[in-house]
Write a protein that binds this ligand. Structure first.
Ligand code: ATR
Length: 264
């Protein structure tokens, strides 16, 4: 039986095991997918476990997407560009670090009736998933990307990778077409922003990377007026679909049934 893991810290909230195990059953794959709360000191051994076949693949989530990089043999173009790995596979004896978050984000946007071409985007947060979002937005030819993070130095670090980023102070907002919450504000039920997002004009696209809980305060604002709102569930599903394809050569279907299954 093949074995897969998602590693991160914290990891309890991860829905990856639920999703991958559902697809194993659906596509008759003899495999099991678990989760492991991990520390930095475990990364080398976990990667060796993939090399020697005790594990068949790993998904990596915060805070290890960057720190796992030295332990793989080959980085995909997407991983190199974003300095971020979320999927590890073994191919011809070599450990490959992939980044499927980029496709995950891009596909989630393409499923919505909102064309980001030449649009101005504000990203709140500078954590693990943000390089992938920036890179995907650049590929979709947005006009401007502004980034605002409580700890400004982290936004400045990102500017070293993406030099045309524009940095805003935390709480400072500029005019935008789309705003993305990539912070962890909203993971806890009463979490809210320390600044007012409700004064933004109409017809804006609010995208929350958080998908559990399904409705956050950011959702409540984004759902008002004539705004468009999307949460991170589709990004999560599409990054998983791409990882599944890397490991099993099958592109699992994303339909209402799987969306409802993961949500509940
Ligand atoms: P990591 O930073 O380890 O990659 P993450 O969950 O991907 O983890 O990122 C957390 C993001 O949420 C960061 O941008 C963080 O801001 P800091 O860089 O200042 O820590 C942001 N964040 C978390 N709680 C926050 C809060 N209460 N107010 C503002 N930003 C917050």
């Amino acid at each position: 039986m093949k074995k897969f893991l998602v590693i991160g810290n914290p990891i309890d909230h991860s829905l990856s095991p639920k999703l991958h195990n559902y697809w194993f059953k659906k596509y008759n794959i003899n495999a099991i997918y678990g989760k492991l709360e991990t520390n930095d000191t475990d990364l080398a051994e976990l990667c060796e476990n993939v090399r020697d076949g005790r594990l068949n693949g790993i998904n990596v989530t915060v805070p290890f997407k960057k720190s796992i990089m030295p332990y793989v043999d080959v980085l995909s173009d997407h991983s190199l560009r974003t300095k971020s790995v979320n999927t590890i596979s073994l191919e011809n004896g070599k450990l490959i670090g992939h980044n499927t978050d980029i496709d995950g984000f891009e596909l989630s946007i393409k499923k919505i009736n909102f064309d980001v071409t030449n649009k101005s985007i504000v990203i709140l947060g500078a954590g693990g998933v943000v390089p992938s979002i920036i890179y995907a937005l650049q590929r979709m030819n947005v006009s401007n990307i502004f980034i605002s993070n409580r700890t400004k130095e982290k936004a400045e670090e990102l500017k070293k990778i993406f030099d045309d980023l524009k940095i805003l102070d935390w709480g400072e907002l500029t005019d935008f077409d789309m705003i993305i919450n990539a912070t962890s504000i909203g993971l806890k039920e009463n979490d809210n922003f320390s600044f007012d997002l409700t004064k933004t004009k109409k017809n804006k696209f609010f995208y929350d990377v958080i998908y559990a809980p399904y409705k956050t305060n950011f959702f409540n604002i984004g759902n008002e007026k004539d705004n468009i709102y999307e949460n991170g569930l589709k990004m999560f599903l599409y990054q998983a679909q791409k990882a599944f394809y890397i490991w099993h050569n099958i592109e699992p279907e994303i339909n209402n049934e799987v969306i409802e299954f993961v949500k509940n």
